[in-house]
Write a protein that binds this ligand. Structure first.
Ligand SMILES: C[S@@+](CC[C@H](N)C(=O)[O-])C[C@H]1O[C@@H](n2cnc3c(N)ncnc32)[C@H](O)[C@@H]1O
Ligand SMILES: [Zn+2]
Length: 434
């Protein structure tokens, strides 16, 4: 017998629903997702089913297979019940699913013994699984959890290190690597905050922290000299939250102080029109309003004349929602947006700090000043906009932040090495590739 289960049967509907369920809550994704972002990462439950289904004979017990995959009920029927309630305009009451999400189930020794018995029928005893293009590592992760000797590979060094950190290190060192990582991460964050806090103006609302500064690239209108931030629209959320700009015309066309400022609005109809469409820009100043061609935009970019303007700030506000059983405050961090104040734009200050540090960072090979073309065929049209080096991709604040991060990381690694503490699990906690 050579036929495999996956050749004859795969519970696609159940796997499909369970895969959607795996990703439904953006705050409770499988832990592997949080280690590092990966594009096109496959759902764990589908990966496990594909690996296991390829290694069992077609005669294997299907219920047993579903159990080992973590599907311990009927996800399709659950989905139907939820959808029916939705159609009637009701909220589904109680637990829609009779079991926890499948990826949380770790195959037991009994499961593995059953699979091994089945595999003997195929003449399979010493199984290796290879994923030659493993990306974020869902397939090797599940293969390893199923207990198989597993090999993952990828030509992208980021994927490769993500795979090692996701699969190899935890399997090799267990909770020890987690403990050491937490310790390092706390120290890293502490040092980084000390070095970067002064570059972040205090939020106007107490108990708030900024999480994102949103910037638009700018060009000068060739007709009126106004500073034009480029964006196809000024939407922030689908619910109508967005921005409306005010024009400051100065003394009229030709005045270089002409600029926009922004206010936050909550209705889509109150948002201003975008300033770019199909590659061309439109001057937003009402006493000009002329077209700025895509050629002009690119020309300015290639001449290094493109600027940037902050147009919104995303922050999190600490809200106490009640008390825990132990009497501690229950805290929720609620995301909100605001328009920038004049004092939020500290980019010139950041730039001066960066300029001061750059020679040293360049000497220490901390800044990626290489030409992009030397290392990669990556091409997203950035050259058209005058970006040739990796450093051109970053704003001064981003570059400053990343370089400080590398510096602290290196310092921590060197301190631990000098102190003679760099054993294998600590090396893993550093996600050190050597
Ligand atoms: C769609 S992703 C894989 C996603 C993965 N199954 C997961 O769940 O995350 C494809 C991967 O193949 C890698 N790749 C493409 N060509 C390759 C090659 N010739 N050798 C090795 N890896 C390659 C890419 O870098 C990418 O990470
Ligand atoms: Zn203009």
């Amino acid at each position: 017998m050579t036929r495999r289960l996956i050749e004859d049967w795969l519970p696609i509907a159940a796997l499909g629903e369970e895969s959607v369920r795996e990703r439904r809550s953006m705050t409770a994704l499988p832990p592997t997702y949080y280690l590092h972002v990966w594009w096109a990462r496959r759902p764990l439950v589908a990966s496990r089913a594909a690996v296991l289904g390829s290694l069992l004979p077609s005669t294997a017990d299907r219920e047993r297979f579903l159990h080992m995959v973590g599907i311990h009920g009927d996800p399709v029927a659950s989905r139907r019940r939820i959808d029916a309630a939705k159609r009637k305009g009701q909220r589904f009451e109680g637990e829609a699913y009779s079991y926890s999400r499948a990826f949380g189930y770790v195959p037991t020794a009994q499961d593995r013994a059953w699979a091994a018995d089945e595999q003997r029928k195929l003449g399979l005893t010493d199984i290796s699984v290879l994923d030659p293009t493993a990306g974020g590592g869902s397939i090797p992760f599940e293969s390893a959890r199923l207990g198989y000797r597993t090999f993952g590979n990828d030509l992208n060094p980021v994927a490769s290190i993500v795979e090692r950190a996701t699969i190899e290190f935890p399997f090799a060192h267990g909770m020890e690597v987690h403990r050491k990582f937490r310790h390092l991460a706390d120290e890293y964050v502490k040092r980084r905050e000390e070095r970067l806090t002064h570059l972040y103006p205090k939020e106007p609302i107490s108990d708030s922290i900024p999480t994102n500064y949103l910037w638009a690239r700018t060009v000068r209108c060739p007709h009126c000299e106004g500073k034009v931030p480029l964006s196809p629209n000024w939407r922030l959320l689908a619910d109508g939250t967005g921005l409306r700009f005010q024009t400051h015309l100065g003394s009229g066309p030709g005045d270089e102080s002409r600029r926009l400022t922004f206010t936050l609005v909550h209705n889509a109809k109150d948002q201003s029109q975008g300033t770019v469409s199909g590659g061309d820009a439109t001057c937003p100043f009402e006493d000009c309003g002329r077209l700025i061609s895509g050629e002009e935009v690119k020309e300015q970019a290639q001449a290094g004349k493109m600027g940037e303007q902050m147009y919104a700030i995303v922050f999190r506000n600490r809200v106490v929602t009640g008390k825990t059983k132990a009497g501690k405050p229950k805290v929720k961090w609620v995301r909100d947006f605001r328009a920038p104040r004049a004092e939020d734009d500290v980019e010139q200050f950041v730039k001066s700090q960066l300029d001061e540090m750059l020679p040293e960072w360049e000497a220490l090979d901390i800044v990626p000043t290489e030409q992009i073309g030397e290392l990669s065929n990556y091409d997203r049209g950035h050259r058209l906009y005058g970006m040739y080096k990796w450093t051109d991709m970053f704003s001064p604040r981003q570059l400053y932040g990343h370089c400080v991060g590398v510096e602290i990381f290196r310092a921590l690694l060197s301190e631990e090495t000098t102190a003679g503490r760099l054993d294998e699990s600590l090396k893993a906690a550093f996600v050190s590739s050597t």
